[in-house]
Design a protein around this ligand. Structure first.
Ligand SMILES: Cc1cc2nc3c(=O)[nH]c(=O)nc-3n(C[C@H](O)[C@H](O)[C@H](O)COP(=O)(O)OP(=O)(O)OC[C@H]3O[C@@H](n4cnc5c(N)ncnc54)[C@H](O)[C@@H]3O)c2cc1C
Length: 400
């Protein structure tokens, strides 16, 4: 496997850093650098800027309008975005986009792919249910055929951004025969259909990203099935691998580290700034070394799989990425000390400007710490990833 950086790769890296830095709108950059929440319009504005340059869907192949970058160049692009204070990439672009490209009909591709790059149509993921998270195949939201429609009834939960979404890609039960995985169908649901109700779930920092979605007698056209009825598990697994690779996200950890370094420069202990304090420097170095190792593993896995990690590699990347995110947010809390607890939600959540307790730098440190506890749950918990790795190893080499 060739991972060498050619001169043209290095030129690309310089080019993309300069371009992205010049493109990020100042108001968005300020909010991102202060770890404040962004609005839907911020994400749409940024994606539109990228789409004008054909950079909105870095992982899509050229035949679907992607830039055709190698895995290395995609990492350089992501790095340029985080360094410049750009919004983080919306994960759904690299989940529903590649799913439609791999499994969708020509009509589905024509209808849905154009709305994804600039986020003119927003998607949400309807997998989890109140009693079906880790054990996803036990899901019970039912779709019953009625002529050329399905009638869908059930509840989805933890649905990120459902309140912003135009469409939900959803797993529904269409059969009880055979193994639970064999009766699942992957369905695209228009969120404006009568019978769809979205209710907020507020997280510990007061943010509204998550939702319950109730589906009552929702009529969905049969042509919105992706692949075929009862074959949704194949699609679901393909998408989950993409999701886990996304959650391995290097950019978020790098951004948090950058934020930690800024904080450290402004805090003093034992007569020196924390940035010069041996204990802080040693913890930072440890994280940086592990992050570099993780980055190279991501590149290696992506290069081997032509850009898509598959299980169990996706699970390994997810566990390592989660660990780094959690350790970096631990570091942030320690840096802030007691002052890290001061919190003005209105400023952190982007609902108000102005002074926050102890200035912007520390506002939201505790909220950020609490928020990143989610990393080990979202997209499949750490325990489940470990089980997937074990099962793969046992199948290859036996259990002894
Ligand atoms: C911030 C956030 C955003 C999310 N966004 C979405 C979204 O947009 N769409 C969506 O569909 N879902 C979403 N989810 C849901 C997420 O996928 C589930 O929370 C996750 O799959 C775990 O399921 P659960 O919450 O039901 O926990 P459970 O499955 O009930 O697990 C509870 C605990 O038991 C452990 N456990 C369960 N089974 C086993 C086992 N067999 N072996 C060992 N340990 C086990 C788990 O590791 C966990 O610690 C989101 C979750 C979070 C936190």
């Amino acid at each position: 496997m060739e991972l060498g950086w050619s001169t043209s790769d290095l030129e690309f890296r310089e080019m993309i850093r300069a371009e992205i830095s010049a493109l990020v709108p100042a108001d968005i950059r300020t909010r991102v650098e202060n770890i404040q929440h962004l609005k839907k319009e911020d994400y749409q504005r940024w994606q539109t800027i990228l789409a004008e340059r054909n950079w909105a869907t870095p992982a899509w192949p050229p035949e679907y309008g992607g830039p055709g970058w190698s895995p290395l160049r995609r990492i350089f692009f992501e790095e340029a975005c985080f360094l410049a204070g750009a919004p983080r990439p919306i994960p759904h672009i690299n989940m529903i986009g590649p799913v439609l490209q791999a499994f969708g009909t020509e009509a589905q591709k024509e209808r849905f792919l154009p709305g994804i790059p600039s986020l003119t149509e927003w998607w949400c993921q309807g997998y989890s249910e109140p009693s079906s998270g880790s054990d996803l195949a036990s899901l019970r939201t039912a779709a019953v055929r009625d002529g050329d429609h399905y009638i869908v009834n059930g509840q989805k939960t933890w649905t990120s951004w459902a309140h912003w979404a135009d469409y939900m890609f959803c797993l529904v039960r269409t059969s009880d025969a055979g193994r639970p995985q064999e009766g699942i169908t992957f369905l695209l649901i228009d969120m404006s259909t009568p019978g769809v109700t979205v209710r907020p779930i507020y997280s510990l920092d007061g943010a509204h990203d998550l939702n319950d979605v109730f589906l009552q007698d929702v009529r969905v056209p049969v042509e919105n099935v992706v692949l075929r009825e009862n074959e949704g598990w194949t699609v679901a697994k393909y998408l989950l691998n993409a999701e886990r690779t996304e959650i391995a996200g290097l950019g978020q950890t790098k951004r948090l580290l950058q934020y930690a370094e800024r904080l450290a420069a402004g805090q003093r202990r034992d007569g020196v700034t924390l940035a010069d304090h041996p204990e802080f420097r040693s913890r930072l170095a440890r994280i940086r070394i592990d992050l570099k190792a993780h980055e190279w593993t991501v590149m290696r896995v992506m290069a081997a799989g032509h850009g898509d990690a598959s299980a169990p590699s996706a699970s390994v990347l997810k566990i390592c990425g989660t660990d780094l995110l959690e350790r970096t947010s631990d570091l942030l809390m320690d840096l802030g000390g007691p002052a890290a607890l001061a919190y003005d939600p209105a400023v952190h959540l982007g609902r108000a400007n102005g002074a926050a307790p102890y200035g912007h730098a520390l506002n939201g440190t505790a909220a950020t710490y609490l928020e990143f506890r989610k990393a080990g749950i979202i997209g499949g918990t750490t325990e489940i990833q470990k089980t997937l790795i074990y099962k793969d190893a046992a199948a290859r080499w036996g259990t002894s």
